[in-house]
Design a protein around this ligand. Structure first.
Ligand SMILES: [Zn+2]
Length: 704
């Protein structure tokens, strides 16, 4: 049995008078101020209370400021040892507490925590600016940077100096005092807006909408487990005897796929795609206008023609023009493919006597029918082979075959919610590599989507390696009754994807904090997306895709159906991804974008590209959290960019005739380990021996 740890959400404490009256008492009990006594020094989630965060954040800021003052005070000429290294190591307490706070605020939040986030966020932004805009500190860093080739530095040290100097420049260190003041104002406003954007999406996804069904007939077509999950949701919503559907993917997608009632499909899908666009208190349209305008100002202030140029100058792609050209290369074939998919589905509508033109809320329903008629494959036929536990075994199996590493469930590792599974990750020789948390299912306090994050990144202190603490957060189908959670193939791919990020975090090994795991944004989805390839290989499926009742391996006939249908619906999937990428660029690439009306801007921008109305971008603007509250602004294209890399990289394994080719696995591990040590393309070419070829992706998606 699992060790029961009280959910953080249950520990909501107000910053009451008692706590404030005796600050020392709070500090004495504050786990952030002590060395963690937990296994592998993971955060002691069961001891952390809401009232501990703010004092620890404030102390962390003070501590880092003192560390910076100490660097400035040194009278000798600045060098790596007296300036760069102490700066690279500074801010330990702040990182310790702020990671716990922001990770929990994403995966396990509540109104009190959100309120605290609104208080903490401007403090963090101000502190970041105080560092970047500290003239004395910058003078020292610049001095090391200018003499860097004469200081006898090794390649890693040289890279760190260049990276840190570049951070300061990008943080505004070279601007005039007046412009620095402007930058501070912009950063503060942007951080508030992005927080507000995220909160609105959370409320719109989890709270503000339900599709409630009280007539059993309206459930026609839905699989039994989906109906049961909806009944459980209705109980939770205090509407026993009814069925309640939410906008979370495990509830939304099966309804769109299977529900025969077309009006209800429309109602639910509208609920989904109107999130943040309902002219209510959670509306994001005004926030978008403000964010885009402020970012444009920031890009120009930093000396670039627009915000996208500022962001992308750091990436492999280098310029927005390169990104646009890249997206266009894929857009035309993908759109052509999607149109023919639409035609095939429309003919099913007609054949069945339907007198309507297929709409966006019909796509999943008819795609499912098309899949059945073309490949005789029904998603519900394969789901029993993808129980959550078996897929979890699958990811561990692949990692073990590739890198020899193992995963042991450790009930003595504290967790932040009783649903979280903690693992110790070990090298082939048994030595400790890191900790991995798996957090699988939707909750009210968890934002939508799937992501991988760290509570502690790999680092070195005094020559000793400190191992990473990594977390995968997902929103998968829950188990219902005695039936374990059975995943859709899309969810299976997501698990492999996030696991790829986790492996990257676990295997990276860099001597300095700044370059640990530091990769260009359009490289960062390579380690994740490449893992998705193994998920669907017959040889791998035979191992992990086992029937949850009988344990029988997935039969060849189903594997062959999965293989044959691999390119199914790829027009749609590529187009919705590209449409979102294009939309992101439309907001961020033009200088001085004028957005009078977000809805009109979105529609017109995409219509101009020829997007068909039956497909919406993967994220409409008012819930496009990646670009408006995450780190992917002017960077959503990275998914499809990295798809070129991962298709090409995985081909290396395929061409070798061995999916687990030990020499290639060792080389790919090297890529993960050293990813921060050089430019993305150089690291990639070390693995592949050549630049990636877009052909692998076009072939894989059937877009040639
Ligand atoms: Zn990813």
């Amino acid at each position: 049995m699992r060790k029961l740890t009280i959910a953080f959400v249950g520990l909501v404490l107000t910053l009451g008078a008692a706590a404030q009256k005796n600050e020392n008492l709070v500090n004495k009990d504050n786990p952030f101020f002590k060395e963690y006594k937990t296994p592998f020094q993971v955060p002691p989630f069961d001891e952390i209370k809401l009232e501990h965060f703010l004092p620890a954040i404030e102390a962390g800021i003070t501590q880092q400021n003192t560390e910076i003052e100490d660097i400035i005070k040194v009278s000798e000429a600045p060098d790596f040892k007296n300036t760069i290294l102490p700066f690279d190591n500074s801010g330990e307490l702040l990182s310790k507490v702020s990671r716990v706070f922001s990770n929990l605020n994403g995966a396990n939040t509540n109104p009190e925590m959100q309120k605290l986030a609104r208080e903490i966020s401007p403090k963090m932004t101000k502190h970041g600016d105080d560092l970047s805009l500290n003239p004395e500190l910058f003078r020292k860093i610049k001095s090391v940077y200018e003499r860097r080739t004469t200081l006898g530095l090794d390649a890693d040290q040289l890279r760190v100096v260049e990276k840190i100097y570049n951070d300061f420049v990008r943080g505004g260190a070279n601007l005039s005092a007046a412009d620095q003041a402007k930058l501070r104002t912009l950063n503060e406003a942007l951080s508030k807006l992005s927080l507000q954007f995220g909160e609105n999406v959370l409320a719109e996804t989890n709270k503000n909408f339900r599709l409630v069904v009280d007539n059993k007939k309206d459930l026609d077509g839905l699989p039994a487990d989906v109906i049961e999950a909806a009944a459980i949701q209705a109980d939770k919503d205090k509407m026993p005897g009814k069925w309640s559907f939410t906008l979370q993917k495990p509830s939304l997608l099966p309804f769109l796929q299977y529900a025969k009632n077309r009006d209800l499909r429309e109602k639910l899908y509208r609920g989904y795609f109107m999130r943040g666009d309902n002219d209510n208190s959670s509306d994001n349209k005004e926030n978008i206008k403000k964010i885009v305008k402020l970012r444009d100002e920031k890009g120009k202030l930093m000396g670039y023609p627009n915000f996208a140029a500022f962001v992308i100058s750091e990436n492999m792609a280098q310029t927005p023009e390169n990104v646009d050209a890249f997206l266009q290369k894929l857009w035309t074939p993908a759109l052509g493919r999607a149109k023919s998919e639409l035609k095939e589905m429309q003919s099913i509508v007609v054949k069945e006597g339907g007198k309507f033109k297929l709409q966006s809320w019909d796509w999943w329903f008819y795609a499912e029918k098309l899949r059945k008629s073309k490949y005789n494959l029904d998603e519900s036929e394969i789901k029993p082979y993808f129980s959550l536990q078996n897929v979890q075994k699958g990811i561990f199996y692949v990692a073990n075959k590739l890198y020899g590493i193992t995963f042991e469930n450790r009930n003595d590792i504290p967790i932040y919610n009783p649903e979280v599974l903690p693992f110790e990750v070990k090298e082939a020789n048994g030595s400790h590599l890191g900790v991995l948390y798996l957090d699988f299912h939707p909750r009210d306090g968890k934002r939508a989507g799937a992501w991988c994050t760290t509570y502690r990144s790999q680092k070195y202190r005094d020559g000793k390696k400190i191992t990473p603490v990594v977390s995968m957060v997902m929103n998968f189908t829950r188990p219902v009754g005695n039936v374990p959670a059975l995943l859709s193939f899309d969810e299976v791919s997501t698990m492999f994807h996030e696991f790829g990020h986790a492996l990257h975090r676990l295997l990276q090994d860099q001597p300095y904090d700044r370059t640990a795991g530091d990769v260009p944004r359009d490289f960062v989805e390579l380690p994740s997306q490449i893992m998705e390839n193994w998920a669907s290989e017959p040889e791998v499926l035979k191992v992990y895709a086992r029937h949850y009742k009988t344990g029988e391996a997935i039969p060849d006939v189903l594997i062959s159906k999965i293989e044959k249908s691999r390119q199914f619906n790829q027009g749609f999937e590529t187009v919705e991804l590209l449409a979102a990428s294009i939309l992101d660029m439309k907001y961020h690439a033009p200088a001085s974008p004028v957005i009078a009306d977000v809805r009109a801007f979105e529609n017109e921008s995409l219509a101009k590209e020829g997007l068909i109305p039956e497909i919406l971008p993967r994220y409409r603007s008012p819930y496009f959290s990646h670009i408006f509250s995450g780190g992917y602004s002017a960077g959503y294209y990275v998914y499809i960019w990295a798809a070129v890399l991962d298709a090409d990289a995985f081909n290396a394994f395929k061409e070798s005739g061995d999916l687990f080719n030990p020499a290639l696995a060792a080389k790919f591990r090297e890529l993960l380990t050293k990813s921060g040590s050089d430019e993305g393309m150089i690291i990639y070419k070390k693995f592949r021996g050549k630049e990636p070829d877009i052909k692998s992706l076009l072939q894989r998606r059937g877009l040639e």
